[in-house]
Design a protein around this ligand. Structure first.
Ligand SMILES: Cc1cc2nc3c(=O)[nH]c(=O)nc-3n(C[C@H](O)[C@H](O)[C@H](O)COP(=O)(O)O)c2cc1C
Length: 171
């Protein structure tokens, strides 16, 4: 069955390690006839959550009109969501955290989704999964399908690229 797949790529390095693994995941998903879309957060200029709580209405919309509304709408419709981050100080990068904060209108309303996590580190990824899993854990009935952890230059690691492609193909 064709699935709706949304990939959130948060590295400022478009075409870098985590983003490349995202591209492989998308390729695999598309080859298996799924509908897959990747968003590079670096390309979407978005503000931080202002904690105004105005999104806590039935419309579930942020008052800030900066391009994230489409991303959040796609996530609500998705069957599969992928969160990808470079590892910064053993944690997710600030851009992904800022994005999660802006998911405040929808974070508890995401329901029955399958999740994949992609990380890219130089050599040590420490505790990077904890915050991402905590965020996913706020949604309803989430299923973590796989974690793909890259170290170093992923383009020189065909087995890792295949792991990401296969995850997308079988998502
Ligand atoms: C601010 C900053 C912090 C970093 N912290 C870590 C770290 O804690 N552990 C690690 O192994 N690499 C660390 N790195 C290296 C990156 O995780 C690594 O280069 C990664 O492949 C970048 O992924 P990207 O190409 O998807 O951006 C850091 C890099 C930056 C810029």
């Amino acid at each position: 069955m064709s699935k709706k797949v949304v990939v959130i790529s948060s590295s400022p390095r478009i075409g870098g390690n985590s983003d490349t693994l995202c591209d492989e995941f998308v390729k695999g998903a598309l080859d298996a006839d799924n509908a897959a879309v990747k968003y590079n957060l670096e390309e979407i200029r978005f503000h931080a959550c202002k904690a105004c709580y105005r999104c806590k209405t039935p419309e579930m919309k942020c008052f800030q009109e900066d391009g994230l509304a489409e991303v959040l709408d796609k996530m609500m419709e998705a069957d599969v969501i992928v969160y990808a981050t470079p590892v910064y100080y053993y944690s997710m990068c600030g851009t992904l955290k800022r994005f999660f904060d802006r998911c405040y209108p929808i974070f508890r309303h995401l329901e029955n989704k399958d999740y994949y996590i992609i990380t890219a580190a130089g050599s040590k990824n420490g505790d990077v999964l904890t915050g991402i899993r905590d965020f996913i854990g706020f949604s309803k009935n989430p299923t973590e399908k796989a974690v793909i952890s890259g170290f170093g230059d992923v383009k020189s690691q065909p087995e890792l690229l295949k792991e990401a492609y296969d995850a997308g193909f079988h998502c």
